[in-house]
Ligand binder design. Structure first.
Ligand code: MN
Length: 431
C-alpha cells in the first residue's frame, strides 16, 4: 500500500487540527518503485485507468504564471521556486522571457545553469527574442506566433502568410543553433483549422521538436479539444504539448483531454496562476494523472503542498479554501456524518486514491456548526477528559452554537466548554 495509516495526533493552538496519519517524506528515488494506485475504488462504474500511458509536466509558473495581473517574482523568488520544481522532478521549467529585461535574462540564465531539469525560454518570432533566448543558455526555446485572424489583425498586424513565414524562419534559426525547439500557434483554438494544420506542417518540416497547442483564451471544451489534438497529432511527427486556460474552469479537464488524445506533455502553473483566470493547475493535473489515471509522472507529489504555499506567498495570490488538492479545506471535514466516517476510515468521504499524505498535507477535523458528537468525543478524550454521553451532548451543543456565530472553535475554547460542563479529567492529566 502506498499509504501507511498511523494514529498520530497533533495539536495546533490556533485551530483544531487532527492529523490521522503521519506525513510521509518520500525521496524522489523512492518514486521509481511506486505501488499501483488503489484502483479497487474504480471497480464498477469507473473501472478504466488506461487512457493515458505517460505524461510529462511543463511548468510555466515563472512565465505565464508571472503574467498574472499584479504579480511579479523577484530574481530570488524565481530561483527559489525553480529549485523546488527541479527537486520534485518537474520535466520542464519555463523560466521566463529572456528578451524582456536584463534582470529577466539573468534569472533565466541562472535557472538554466542551476537546475538539472530542462529549462525553457520564451521568444516571439522576432530575431532579437530568439537570439536572447539562445544566449541565455536554455535547453528549450519556445517560439510563438498568433495564428487566429482576430489576433493577426488586431494584435500582430500581420497576414497569415507573414505569420507562417516568420514561424518557419525562427524555428530554423533555433535548430541551427542546436537548441531544442517548441513552436506555439498562439490562439490555436480560435484559428481556422486548415490554416492551423498548414502552419503545423510548415514548422514540422523546419524541424521543430515540439508543437504546443495553446487554448490561449480558454474557450476549448474537453471533447472539442480532444478532436483538435487528435487531428494535430496526425499531421506531425513532433511531440505535442498543450497549454490550457481556465476562463470557464475547464483548464485541467482540457489538459487531461489533450493527454487522452495523444499529447505527451501539458503546460501547467502552480495554484493555476496566470493570465486572467489562470492556467491548468500543476497540482490538479499531476494528481489527476497519478491518482485517477495511474500514470507515474515521476514527480515527488509529497511536496505539492509546500510548493503551493511557496507560490502563494511569492505571487501574492491567495489560494481559495476550496481549491482542489491544495486548498485549506481539501482534506478537512466538519459535518457530523462525514467526520464520523473519516474517523473510522478516511476512504469513506475522501477520494481514497488521493490522500493528504500523497501531497504533503494534513487531514483536519474541524469543530463548528456542523459538528457531530463523534468528533467532539474524540477531541475531548484527546484533551484528557473522560466525558459521559450527556456531557458530550452538552459540549456538542455549545460547539454548534459557537460555530454558528462564525467563530472558530479552538482547543482552548473546547477545554473551556468541558470545564464549564464539569467533565472529569483523566488522572495522569490532573497530576
Ligand atoms: Mn497562456
Amino acid at each position: 500500500m502506498w499509504v501507511i495509516h498511523t494514529k498520530c495526533r497533533e495539536e495546533d493552538n490556533l485551530y483544531i487540527r487532527w492529523t490521522l496519519s503521519n506525513q510521509i517524506q518520500c525521496p524522489i528515488l523512492q518514486r521509481a518503485r511506486r505501488d499501483p494506485r488503489r484502483i479497487e475504488f474504480f471497480q464498477g462504474t469507473l473501472d478504466s485507468t488506461s487512457e493515458i500511458d505517460e505524461a510529462r509536466i511543463f511548468d510555466t509558473t515563472l512565465r505565464d504564471g508571472e503574467q498574472s495581473p499584479r504579480t511579479s517574482f523577484s530574481y530570488e523568488d524565481k530561483r527559489e521556486i525553480a529549485a523546488v520544481l527541479d527537486e520534485m522532478g518537474t520535466h520542464v521549467i519555463e523560466a521566463g522571457f529572456p528578451v524582456n529585461s536584463d534582470a529577466e535574462f539573468e534569472a533565466v540564465r541562472d535557472i538554466a545553469e542551476s537546475t538539472t531539469t530542462t529549462t525553457c525560454g520564451l521568444a516571439r518570432v522576432v530575431e532579437k527574442d530568439v537570439e536572447a533566448a539562445i544566449d541565455s543558455g536554455v535547453d528549450l526555446i519556445h517560439v510563438f506566433v498568433s495564428t487566429s485572424d482576430v489576433q493577426l489583425q488586431d494584435s500582430m498586424h500581420a497576414t497569415r502568410e507573414e505569420a507562417k513565414a516568420t514561424a518557419v524562419e525562427m524555428v530554423e534559426r533555433v535548430k541551427e543553433a542546436g537548441v531544442e525547439c517548441m513552436f506555439s500557434p498562439m490562439d490555436a483554438t480560435r484559428t481556422d483549422e486548415d490554416f492551423l494544420i498548414d502552419v503545423i506542417e510548415g514548422v514540422s518540416e523546419a524541424g521543430t521538436d515540439w508543437i504546443n497547442i495553446p487554448d490561449t483564451c480558454g474557450v476549448a471544451t474537453p471533447r472539442r479539444f480532444y478532436d483538435l489534438i487528435e487531428n494535430v497529432v496526425s499531421h506531425t511527427d513532433a511531440y505535442i504539448d498543450v497549454h490550457t486556460h481556465d476562463d470557464f474552469g475547464l483548464a485541467s479537464a482540457n489538459a487531461i483531454s489533450g493527454f487522452e488524445a495523444g499529447a505527451s506533455q501539458a503546460q501547467v502553473s502552480v495554484n493555476g496562476i496566470g493570465e486572467r483566470a489562470g492556467n491548468a493547475a500543476y497540482e490538479e493535473v499531476v494528481m489527476s494523472l497519478e491518482s485517477l489515471y495511474d500514470v507515474d509522472t515521476g514527480i515527488d507529489t509529497t511536496r505539492i503542498t509546500e510548493l503551493s504555499r511557496l507560490v502563494e506567498e511569492k505571487s501574492s495570490i491567495a489560494v481559495p479554501g476550496n481549491k482542489p488538492v491544495v486548498g485549506e479545506n481539501a482534506f478537512s471535514h466538519e459535518s457530523g456524518i462525514h467526520a464520523a466516517g473519516v474517523i473510522e476510515n478516511s476512504d469513506t468521504f475522501e477520494p481514497g486514491v488521493m490522500t493528504p499524505e500523497m501531497v504533503g498535507a494534513q487531514r483536519e477535523l474541524v469543530l463548528g456548526k456542523h459538528t457531530g458528537q463523534h468528533s467532539v468525543r474524540e477531541r475531548l478524550i484527546e484533551a484528557g477528559f473522560v466525558p459521559t454521553d450527556d456531557e458530550v451532548r452538552e459540549v456538542t451543543r455549545r460547539v454548534k452554537d459557537y460555530g454558528a456565530e462564525k467563530q472558530r472553535v479552538t482547543m482552548s475554547i473546547l477545554t473551556e466548554f468541558a470545564e464549564d460542563v464539569g467533565i472529569d479529567e483523566r488522572e495522569e492529566v490532573r497530576a
